[in-house]
Design a protein around this ligand. Structure first.
Ligand SMILES: *Cc1c(COP(=O)(O)O)cnc(C)c1O
Length: 378
């Protein structure tokens, strides 16, 4: 039997063609034609006030953190069950990260328990839409409004997904998407998008994006020279990456529907095991949509998950786990005295397993994987 990879990069059609066109146009640095086409696509389709293409989801989060204008000691509430960048982006700005627990039924941040974490120093809440499934945004916004906090959506996994009909990334003050190779669509390996939903952040966002200069205004003809006006970095991706992303955006519908169909097939195949209580299947609340980013389930124990991963590996099926709880990371423990107790985060760290999911995965492969998992549990 052939090896079933966990993820495989794919071409949906005209990636190479558009990359060639970018080269042929002799315009390879950032903010060119393909960058503008991609940004326009997001603004038109999802109603983002402004979308800026950046070099990674991590960079989009770093720009969000810079736009929050934090002072040393300001506190930012982040789930512990997430990728490192969600927390690191704010730590780099001198903030103190306060880790929140996940919900019992789904790895998203538990909005019911948020208020306990608020202090006079709290400035930002960062909901992460895990697996592209929306956090309970109304509950989060209620707390944010009550305490005048910023909301930054880590929508890295959440392209083309919705909360009560509203596109994810459009609900908080700022949002961050990733186009890394492992996400639903990719900008040729690495890429991201910063979303700005409020007018007041627009000018500074463009300056941070353009290495602390007002070059974007200059190119629009708004000023007659440009220079150094603020902090910033080189956050613009090259046109080659934007060209690759443009081809994927043209095929977004197809990518999403294929991924959702694969997800549904896994879910149907594993439903019995869920009903028998042998595994916990993913839950998509009524307020959320499923963008087919990830198929995961939760085992009953760490030992069982370890045996299952080993069993699947013997059958040449790659099924990894993630994340290691950030509140138990070496970096956090070395730099913080607090030892928060986050039982749901610990359970997901120990027991969650991910199954292969990518555009070119075959339905027969899903059936094979499902059958192996059923054999393991029965
Ligand atoms: C992938 C991911 C990131 C980082 O995105 P990169 O493009 O890899 O920098 C951040 N947060 C979450 C939740 C992610 O899944």
């Amino acid at each position: 039997m052939a090896l079933i990879d966990f993820n495989r990069p794919y071409l949906t059609g005209k990636e190479a063609h558009y990359m060639y066109q970018a080269v042929f146009n002799k315009r390879l640095s950032g903010n060119g034609m393909f960058t503008k086409k991609c940004q326009q696509f997001f603004e038109d389709r999802y109603g983002f006030k402004k979308a800026l293409l950046v070099t990674s989801g991590t960079d989009a989060l770093e720009m969000c953190a810079m736009l929050c204008e934090l002072k040393p000691g300001d506190e930012v509430i982040v789930p512990s069950y997430t990728f490192v960048s969600t927390a690191l982006a704010f730590i780099r700005e001198g903030a103190k990260v306060i880790f929140a627990d996940s919900m019992e039924g789904n790895p998203n941040i538990d909005a019911e328990k948020l208020e306990n974490l608020i202090t006079p120093r709290t400035k930002v809440i960062v909901p992460v839409h895990y697996a592209g499934v929306a956090c309970d945004m109304d509950a989060i916004l209620d707390v944010a409004n009550k305490y005048h906090l910023m909301v930054v959506e880590d929508a890295a996994q959440a392209v083309d997904s919705y909360y009560k009909g509203r596109p994810l990334g459009s609900i908080g003050h700022l949002g961050a998407f990733s186009f890394h190779e492992t996400k639903n669509i990719t900008a040729g390996g690495e890429g991201g998008l910063l979303v700005i939903n409020e007018e007041r952040f627009l000018r500074r966002a463009e300056i941070l994006w353009e290495k602390g200069t007002n070059r974007a205004e200059f190119f629009r003809g708004a000023v007659n020279k440009y220079g150094w006006v603020d902090t910033g970095s080189s956050f613009l991706p090259a046109e080659i990456n934007a060209a690759f992303l443009w081809a994927q955006l043209e095929n977004l519908e197809e990518v999403q529907s294929k991924r959702r169909a694969l997800w549904e097939r896994y879910y149907a195949g594993l439903q019995d095991l869920g009903a028998e209580g042998k595994i916990s299947l993913p839950q998509v609340p009524d307020y959320a949509t499923n963008n087919g980013h990830m198929f995961y389930f939760v085992c009953r124990s760490l030992d069982e998950r370890t045996s299952l991963i080993r069993y699947l590996k013997d059958k040449e099926i790659q099924a990894p786990f993630h994340y290691l709880a950030l509140h138990k990371s070496d970096y956090y423990l070395a730099n913080n005295a607090e030892r928060p107790n986050l039982p749901n985060t610990d359970r997901y760290t120990d027991c969650l397993i991910r199954l292969p999911m990518f555009y070119e995965l075959q339905f027969e492969d899903v059936d094979t994987i499902v059958n192996e998992i059923r054999m393991f549990f029965n």
